[in-house]
Design a protein around this ligand. Sequence first.
Ligand code: ANZ
Ligand code: ZN
Length: 816
Amino acid sequence: SRRYDHARVAEYWQHVWEREGVYETPDDVANPTYVLGMFPYTSGSLHMGHIRNYAITDAHARYRRMAGDDVLHPMGWDAFGLPAENAAYERDTDPESWTRACIERMRDDLEEMGFGYDWAREITTCDPEYYRWNQWLFTRFLDNDLVEYDSATVNWCPDCETVLADAQVETDDYEGAHAHAAGGVCWRCGTPVERRDLDQWFFTITDYADELYDGLDELEGWPEGVRDSQRNWIGRQAGARVAFDVGEHGAVSAFTTRLDTVYGATYLALAPGHDLVSDLAETDADVAAYLEAVASTDDAGLSGVETAVTATHPFTGEEIPVYVAAYVLDDVGTGAVMGVPGHNDRDHAFADEHDLPVEQVVEPVDGSPTNLPDDPYTEDGMLTDSGEYDGLASTAARDRLLDHEAVEEATTYRLRDWLIPRQRYWGTPIPIVHCPECGPVPVPDADLPVELPEYVQTTGNPLDAAEEWKHVDCPDCGADAERETDTMDTFVDSSWYFLRFLSPHFEDAPFEQETADEWLPVDVYVGGEEHAVLHLLYLRFFTRALADLGLLDRREPVERLINQGTVLHSGKKMSKSAGNAVAPHEYGAETTRLFVLSAAHPAQDFEWTVKDVSTAYDFQQDCYELVSEFADQRSRRRRSQAARAVRTESEPHDAYLEREIDRTIAAVTEEYDRFRFHRVVGELQRFVRLLRRYAEYEPPYLFAYSRGLRVLTTLLAPIAPYLAEELWHLLEEDGLVAEADWPESLRDVADHRIERGLVRTTLADVRDITDVVDIADPEAIEVVVAADWKYEAYRLAQAADPDDAIVGEIMGTESI
Ligand code: ANZ
Ligand code: ZN
């Protein structure tokens, strides 16, 4: 029999889809469904992670389109960034040419895969028409106090020669990353990160810390893991600040989350960067020496130095020693800690090291023993040795202790403001002119975009070297001034691109508000979990900021988030650098697509195996053989050649097939709703076997069997679109299966028709039958086709016209 050859048909169907505008977003929108895959970074070619990501969005978009939604499924390019610069440098070209070539290649790859995008909405972040809106938004943020210009100690990658946001410094844990702890490396190149003091632009994302944190509770369509990562990143902690008197030096305020342990504070520890410490260092040689030692080590551990001052405990009045200790971080809380060795692991270890007293002030409520002073007791409990607070539970004590005059309620966050500038070429120029008279002045709208100057290869920042580009008049006073030569973090580009897709050609603003309000939120957003914090937090921040600027109604951008798992090969992530990549097309684009969808639940990792790929391949062939056989038989009958007979009258056992078809529709629909494409494939494999057995057993009952094949084809269409078009064509169905209606169970069909008073079906419903049955005058026959055969059809006909002769006909001749 014939073999299915996707390569032969792919180009043809791509062409037809394009000609028919199948994937264009409708203008009039009744049921908007916005399906988005995280747009790819233009690194050169499509990899297996992309394929998996976009196979998921494509299947969902196709399914929802067939189910009657107005679907928006766009694609674009995250085109700015350092790798393009590095690649250009190595290849002796410029970042733009390199990026454009990558885009061409990747677009071809996507098209070959058969993904159905509305290409009329394609956006590319390195187009001036796109990045001018980054600049526009920057100036709006500036006008609305969402941008700050501040001297800051920043992360500096000596290899990339640029500043990095905290989130772009990789460490073993979030706390470390946040705290710029030693040992952090650049997320791109892995070089150890250094610290430098520079004047910098920040987006004040910390203004939204509470909102972003609280909003997570309502994001029920997001994986819990992502929500937890964001909570962790924002790091909100409720607690208190306790003031300790340090004599002539005034007071030191320490942030604590465990106010209930305050009676157990046996020392005070200050971060090396604390204001008081620099004062003390002037007269205290030990402190000065310690600061030097800390500055030149990567691992200060539990080191510390006792100072000459003491602090008065505000509750007991006792004098406690004051230390400078590297484990206290400069930019967390107040940069000062009250040390409670009896109830905190780190304080206990520090006390061990420096011979400080350990005191127990909290004990287990149930009276069970603790192992103090050897091991700290870190749980909540009941207060002891705490003066008038003895006997209170920890929670109640934390409340009551707030009333003390030395205590103030406080919340801290790990989140820091978002550092924007990069000293690199391939990004959006920050639209600022530095004027000796007026300071930094934003570039007026009329002068946007500030386009990148021509690329020149230098070791530093090419924008610095662009003398002509750099020197301009101040937009305010006209004095000789200089452009800002830093470009924006490329995460700015991706923070609002989902909005640009909604009105990609709009010229008055980044997006048209009315359209945005109509489409948002993004119904389904799919991408890798490496974006759990960075990109997805920025996206949420931008949406809220834009809402506050009056540009949007929505405050959350994405309703449902899916993180696709990793494709592994020989136990490792599949990638070019790991040397275990399989090119998407090695096994045929559609086999690859089917395989990545059928291998596992979208969120799970799975192993690439040749065996599983060939299972996907065999499944395609099985579907194709089943339908092409049917088509062959039909044409033989038409030519009155010997062909396998079909029945046009049903037997009681045919009802079984009808029920199985309906059951399959229901099951597959539910799996599509839940994004369990692997189960869709499983159901359809079962269904194909069933149809085959049915057809081999005896002449099939034509009406039910052809319906079964039609249903199979429509259910396949979201995950194997080329194959499904080919089958649809073999079945001689009208139009394209990509635009066909999602199948309904016969009972649903009947019910809907009764509801709408349309009990009589059209002739199209019985065309399969008329193919083989000689009907003298097809137009004259009104046929009611419905489920459970005689009864259902009878019920329908009765509802239409109890006296109709057709009722008798149904009872006599089945469907005809
Ligand atoms: C006293 C205390 C007693 C604390 C106790 C904890 C337990 P975590 O540990 O994540 O809950 N802290 C405050 N500022 C700090 C800084 N700048 N650098 C390092 N540590 C700092 O974070 C809250 C705790 O971290 C705070 O509560 C404080 O120690 C410490 F039984 O105060 B606690
Ligand atoms: Zn000026």
